[in-house]
Design a protein around this ligand. Structure first.
Ligand SMILES: Nc1ncnc2c1ncn2[C@@H]1O[C@H](COP(=O)(O)OP(=O)(O)OP(=O)(O)O)[C@@H](O)[C@H]1O
Ligand SMILES: [Mg+2]
Length: 307
C-alpha cells in the first residue's frame, strides 16, 4: 500500500441532476439526485486515491465553518488522514454548486475561500519525504505554495525517492501561467487541454506537452475530456489514449480520478503509459455517476474496465 500526500485545493461540491435551467420566480423543481462530495484537485483526488487502496494524507486550508466540518467528515469517512488540514477562521471553506445538465454538462458557482490562504508553512517537510508520492492539486489557486521553501521541500522529498505529480484546478490563464515555476520540481504533470494551452501558448496539445516537458517533468499527460488523453514522456515519444466508451452522467472530478488512477499505477510499479490507462479507467468510472467519487469502489472494479 503506497502512502500519498495530496497538497492543495479542498472544495465542498454540492451537485444536483438533472437541471435544465434555473426555475422561474420562486418555483421548485424536483430533481433525481442531490449530493455533497469532497472535491478539488487535492481533496477529490485524495478520496479517489483512498478508494483505490492507497494510504492518503491530505494537506490544505479549509474554513472553521459548517462546510469545513462536512468536508472533513466526508474525507474521514473515506479513510483520508485529515491531520494536515489547517482551519481558517477568517475565510469560508471553498465550495461549488453544480447544476448538472441532462446531457452531463456542468456549469458551476464557486467560492475560492480558504484555498487562497494555503502557504508553505502549512506543509510539514517530513511528511513529503516519508511519502511514496506527493500530489500537488491546484497550485494555481494555492499560489502561496509558489515559494522557494516549498520547492526545496519538494526537491528534498524527491531526492529521498518520493514521486511528485501535479494537476491544476482552474482554467484561468493568469492563474495557470503562474504554475510554470513548479515544473522543475515535478516528475509527472497532468493538466487538461485548456491549462496546457494557457501555460505554453500552444493550442496543439502535442506541442504544448513537448513545451512543458522541456521545463523538467519526466512525463506530461494532457487530458482531452471525451477525447481521452495524450501521454508524452521525455524519452518515449507521444501516445494518445482514447477515453473508454461509457454512458456519461456527469464528468465532474474525472480529472481528479484520472490522477488517482495514474498515481496508483505508478505506486504499483507500472510504467507511465500503463498508469495513464489506469487513470483513464478511473475517470470513466466516475463519469458514470453524479459527483467526483461516483461509482468508485475499488481498484479491481476500475481495472475490470480495461479487460
Ligand atoms: N465523456 C467522457 N467519457 C469517457 N471518459 C471521459 C469523458 N470525459 C472525460 N473523460 C475521462 O476523464 C479524463 C479527464 O477529463 P478532462 O480532460 O475533462 O479533465 P479535467 O478538465 O481536468 O476535469 P476536472 O474538472 O475533473 O479536473 C479524460 O482524459 C478521459 O479519460
Ligand atoms: Mg482537472
Amino acid at each position: 500500500m503506497a502512502t500519498v500526500v495530496t497538497v492543495g485545493a479542498h472544495i465542498l461540491d454540492v451537485l444536483a441532476r438533472p437541471v435544465a435551467g434555473i426555475p422561474d420566480g420562486q418555483d421548485t423543481v424536483v430533481v433525481d439526485q442531490i449530493r455533497a462530495t469532497a472535491a478539488g484537485a487535492a481533496a477529490g483526488t485524495a478520496v479517489a486515491l483512498a478508494r483505490l487502496g492507497n494510504r492518503v494524507v491530505s494537506v490544505g486550508a479549509v474554513g472553521d465553518d459548517d462546510l469545513g466540518d462536512l468536508l472533513v467528515t466526508i474525507m474521514n469517512r473515506n479513510g483520508v488522514d485529515v491531520t494536515g488540514l489547517v482551519r481558517r477562521t477568517a475565510e469560508q471553506t471553498s465550495a461549488s454548486i453544480l447544476p448538472i445538465r441532462p446531457d452531463g454538462g456542468r456549469p458551476s458557482f464557486h467560492v475560492p475561500g480558504a484555498n487562497l490562504t494555503l502557504t508553505a508553512h502549512a506543509v510539514e517537510p517530513g511528511l513529503l519525504t516519508a511519502a511514496n508520492a506527493v500530489h500537488l492539486g491546484g497550485p494555481d489557486v494555492t499560489f502561496g505554495l509558489n515559494d522557494p521553501d516549498f520547492f526545496a521541500a519538494l526537491d528534498a522529498a524527491r531526492a529521498s525517492g518520493t514521486i511528485v505529480t501535479m494537476d491544476l484546478l482552474s482554467n484561468m490563464p493568469d492563474l495557470v501561467k503562474g504554475t510554470g515555476s513548479f515544473l522543475p520540481h515535478v516528475d509527472h504533470f497532468l493538466p487538461n487541454e485548456e491549462q496546457a494551452a494557457a501555460m505554453t501558448g500552444e493550442d496543439d496539445p502535442e506541442k504544448a506537452a513537448r513545451a512543458l516537458l522541456a521545463e523538467g517533468p519526466a512525463s506530461v499527460v494532457v487530458t482531452l475530456g471525451a477525447e481521452g488523453s495524450l501521454v508524452a514522456t521525455a524519452g518515449g515519444g507521444v501516445h494518445r489514449l482514447p477515453a473508454l466508451p461509457v454512458e456519461v452522467v456527469d464528468t465532474t472530478g474525472c480529472g481528479d480520478a484520472y490522477c488517482a488512477g495514474f498515481i496508483t499505477g505508478l505506486g504499483q510499479g507500472r510504467d507511465v503509459l500503463e498508469s495513464a490507462r489506469w487513470g483513464t479507467a478511473a475517470a470513466a468510472t466516475v463519469a458514470q455517476g453524479l459527483g467526483s467519487d461516483a461509482n468508485l469502489t475499488d481498484l479491481d472494479a476500475v481495472l475490470a474496465l480495461l479487460r
